[in-house]
Design a protein around this ligand. Structure first.
Ligand code: MLT
Length: 370
């Protein structure tokens, strides 16, 4: 039995795809793979048996990526699988920020025992009036699966869109290469980038100072992309009209004019199923065939179902070891590098000497897949 450690509840739509040779467990010891959602894995010691981790979501900041890559543990995510759910929550956030729907509902609740509530409501409703989103400009930072879907939805709602993404050029979205262009024209700014050392705290006092007065900032990506002390000040000063944030913590919950949800972006039946299915398919394809699809640390290398009797997965680092690997195992090899890390799949008719493979410059781990 191959043990898969499930560190969070994962939809049965995905786990149900695991064949009889797999056993789900809550215990990391002896597990060959992990399925995880938000559990923090940074402090865990990872067993020798562990081959892969699949996150049933997009962000991977809860996983020690470098430590895993150095151990040849492949980390997968589920890009795009929850993009529609997050996009829909951002749209809800834009409407909640523009119209005082929450204030109105709270007023209703407080007046539920008033027999003249209907009359009173007509008198009181002006205090909950807001603005429309059509005709306004939204700046979208990060145009991956979520940001792109949001851009298209906002266009359809009659908004102007300006996108910023240093890694993408999209012909069908109005893009800028200078984030300052986005800051100075946007009525709404929505962030859709991963939390990395160079994105941490990117929305700080200096960034906010470049924004329009009364801007609405939406953060359904990761809390620490925003410098929370600077945001609290900007909200108190009225520079930022609303901060819509999907991350409840003592700082965000104490902010005046912030509307905070408890990380609900991907919490829909559909997205939980999509993420679980994608994560399980990635894991089983890797465990059974050695193919890597949607890893955040290793390149995509897909050689399908093995046609020969022996298959190796070979990990290398810092140097392109492909030619050296071919010299040992023959020509039926496919591989590439992603940053410093490389991965190759080699198919052979018979087993080769692992020591010869490990002697190739850069190679640090070999896994015999079959
Ligand atoms: C993601 O990273 O995919 C989202 O934040 C949703 C989630 O973590 O479940």
């Amino acid at each position: 039995m191959k043990k898969i450690c499930c560190m969070n509840p994962i939809s049965a739509a995905g786990t149900g795809l695991l064949g009889k040779e797999y056993e789900l467990t809550g215990d990391l010891a002896d597990a060959v793979a992990v399925l995880v959602r938000s559990a923090n894995m940074h402090e865990l010691s990872l067993p020798e048996s562990l081959l892969a981790i699949a996150r049933a979501g997009a962000g991977v900041n809860n996983i020690p990526l470098e430590r895993c890559a150095d151990a040849g543990i492949v980390v997968f995510n589920a890009p795009g699988a929850n993009a529609n759910a997050v996009k829909e929550l951002v749209l809800a956030g834009m409407l909640l920020a523009s119209r005082d729907i929450i204030g109105g509902v709270e007023w209703d609740r407080a007046n539920k025992d008033n027999p003249d509530v209907a009359k009173a409501a007509e008198k009181q409703k002006k205090q909950f009036a807001g603005t429309e989103i059509a005709g306004k400009t939204i700046g979208i930072i990060g145009l991956g699966a979520i940001g792109y879907k949001l851009a298209k939805a906002c266009e359809a709602l009659g908004m102007e869109v300006i996108g910023y993404d240093p890694f993408l050029d999209l012909p069908d979205v109005n893009m800028t290469k200078d984030i300052a262009d986005l800051y100075c024209v946007s009525d709404f700014i929505s962030i859709h980038v991963p939390l990395l050392p160079d994105t941490r705290g990117m929305i700080d006092a200096a960034a906010i100072a470049q924004m329009k007065d009364g801007v609405i900032v939406l953060n359904y990506a990761r809390d620490l992309l925003v410098n929370e002390a600077d945001m609290a000040e900007a909200l108190a000063a009225g520079k930022v009209r609303r901060y819509m944030c999907d991350f409840a913590n003592p700082q965000t919950l104490a902010m005046e004019n912030a509307i905070v949800t408890p990380h609900l972006g991907a919490s829909t039946e559909e997205s939980e199923e999509n993420c679980a299915v994608m994560a399980v398919e990635e894991l089983t394809n890797y465990l059974e065939h050695g193919n890597i699809i949607n890893s955040v640390t290793f390149p995509r290398v897909d050689k399908g179902v093995p046609a020969k009797s022996v298959r190796y997965g070979i990990f290398y680092k810092d140097v392109d070891a492909l030619a050296g690997i071919s010299a040992v195992v023959g020509e039926d090899v496919k591989g590439s590098m992603r940053g410093a890390y490389g991965y190759a799949i080699a198919d052979c008719t018979e087993a080769c000497d692992p020591a010869a493979l490990l002697a190739v410059e850069g190679v640090y781990k070999i896994r015999r897949v079959r």
